[in-house]
Design a protein around this ligand. Structure first.
Ligand code: HEC
Ligand code: HEC
Length: 289
C-alpha cells in the first residue's frame, strides 16, 4: 500500500496517505472550539483536584486545599438542627402529657415527631396512620383493648402487650378447643351466641345453649353483656369491629385456639420523649379519649 500524503483537491485538506481501492482517507483536524473545550475541562478537573478531596490513599485521601468533607457538613447541619430542637424536646420530656396537649405549638411539634417515629417503628404492624390490619388493632378508631386515654396509650407503648417487659400488659384467653375445655358442639354453640351479640343471623337453639357456656367461660373477661373489659384487654364482642375477623370461621378459631396477640415494649428502646410524642400522635389519630 503506498503511503503518500497529498492535498485533496475538493477540501484542500491533506490525506493521511492511506488508500484502499482508490479511496483516500482525509486527515481533517479537530474543530478548534472542540479542542479548546477539551483543554478547558482538563484545566477544570485539575482545579477540582487541587481544591476538593480527590485521590484515595491507603490510610486516607488527598483532602484538597479547602478541606471540605460531606460528612462534616452533615454533622454540622445535624448539630444546628439539634440545637433548634433541644428546647422543644426538653419541654416534651419534662412536661406532662396533658400540659403538652394544651400547648398548641408544643403539641404540633410532638405530633409531627410522633408521626415520624410511628412510620419508623409502628407502621409495619399497625399500618400507616394506624389504620390497623388483621391481628393488629386500628389505633384510629375509638375501640380500645387496653384504653384510649393518654396515660393508657403511654403505658401500652412502654410495656407492650404479652411482651418480654416485666410489667407487660397481659392476659391470656384460654384455648377452649386446643386444650379441650369445650367440645366441638359447645364451641359451635358459643360461637353462635357470640355472633348473636352483633346481630348476625343465627341458629336460635344453639344461641340458647351458647348463652350458658358464655356466662360460665367468657363473661369473666368479656363482660356479662359482651361489652369487653379493659383490665384484661378483652375486646367488645357486641360491635362490628373485629381484630381477628368477624365471620363465623374466624370467631370459631379465636375461641378454639386463642390469639394472644403480641405487641413489643418500647419503653427501653425509645427515648421517653419519643414515647410521649408517639402517645400524643396515636391519641390524635381519632380515637383518643
Ligand atoms: C410486631 C408488631 C407490632 C409493632 C411493631 C407495634 N405494635 Fe402495637 N400492637 C400490636 C398488637 C398485635 C397489638 C394488639 C395485641 C392484642 O392482641 O391484645 C397492639 C396493640 C397496640 C396498642 C393498644 C391498642 C388498644 O386497643 O388498646 C397501642 C396503643 C399500640 N399497639 C401502639 C403501638 C405503637 C405506638 C407502636 C410503635 C412504637 C406499636 N404499637 C408497634 C403489634 C405491634
Ligand atoms: C382470660 C380472659 C378471657 C377469657 C376467659 C375469654 N377471652 Fe376471649 N379474648 C380475650 C382477649 C385478651 C382477647 C383479645 C386479645 C388477643 O388474644 O390477642 C380475646 C379475643 C376474643 C375474640 C376475638 C375478638 C376479635 O375482635 O377478633 C373472641 C371472638 C373471643 N375472645 C371470644 C371469647 C369467648 C367466646 C370466650 C369464652 C368461651 C372467651 N373469649 C373467653 C380474653 C378472654
Amino acid at each position: 500500500m503506498p503511503t503518500k500524503i497529498e492535498k485533496d483537491a475538493v477540501t484542500g485538506q491533506n490525506t493521511t496517505g492511506h488508500e484502499w481501492d482508490g479511496i483516500k482517507e482525509l486527515n481533517t483536524p479537530l474543530p478548534t472550539w472542540w479542542v479548546y473545550l477539551l483543554y478547558a475541562t482538563i484545566a477544570w478537573s485539575i482545579g477540582l483536584f487541587v481544591i476538593y478531596p480527590s485521590f484515595p490513599g491507603i490510610t486516607g485521601y488527598l483532602p484538597g486545599v479547602v478541606g471540605y468533607s460531606a460528612r462534616q457538613e452533615l454533622a454540622d447541619k445535624m448539630k444546628v438542627e439539634k440545637e433548634v430542637r433541644a428546647p422543644f424536646l426538653d419541654r416534651v420530656r419534662n412536661g406532662s402529657l396533658e400540659d403538652i396537649r394544651r400547648t398548641p405549638d408544643l403539641l404540633g411539634y410532638a405530633v409531627a415527631g410522633g408521626r415520624v417515629a410511628f412510620a419508623e417503628n409502628c407502621a409495619g404492624c399497625h399500618q400507616s396512620g394506624g389504620a390497623g390490619a388483621k391481628g393488629y388493632p386500628s389505633l384510629a378508631d375509638d375501640e380500645w383493648l387496653w384504653g384510649g386515654k393518654l396515660a393508657d396509650i403511654q403505658k401500652t407503648i412502654q410495656v407492650g402487650i404479652r411482651s418480654m417487659h416485666p410489667d407487660t400488659r397481659t392476659s391470656l384467653m384460654p384455648r377452649f378447643g386446643t386444650d379441650g375445655i369445650l367440645d366441638r358442639r359447645q364451641l359451635d354453640d358459643v360461637t353462635e351466641f357470640v355472633l348473636s351479640l352483633s346481630t348476625k343471623p343465627v341458629d336460635p337453639a344453639a344461641v340458647e345453649r351458647g348463652r350458658r357456656l358464655y356466662a360460665e367461660n367468657c363473661a369473666s373477661c368479656h363482660g356479662e353483656q359482651g361489652a369487653g373489659m379493659r383490665e384484661f384487654g378483652a375486646p367488645s364482642l357486641t360491635d362490628k369491629v373485629w381484630l381477628f375477623g368477624g365471620d363465623k370461621p374466624s370467631i370459631l378459631r379465636s375461641i378454639a385456639e386463642g390469639r394472644a396477640g403480641v405487641m413489643p415494649a418500647w419503653g427501653e428502646r425509645l427515648d421517653p420523649a419519643i414515647v410521649k410524642m408517639l402517645t400524643l400522635y396515636v391519641h390524635t389519630l381519632g380515637g383518643g379519649e
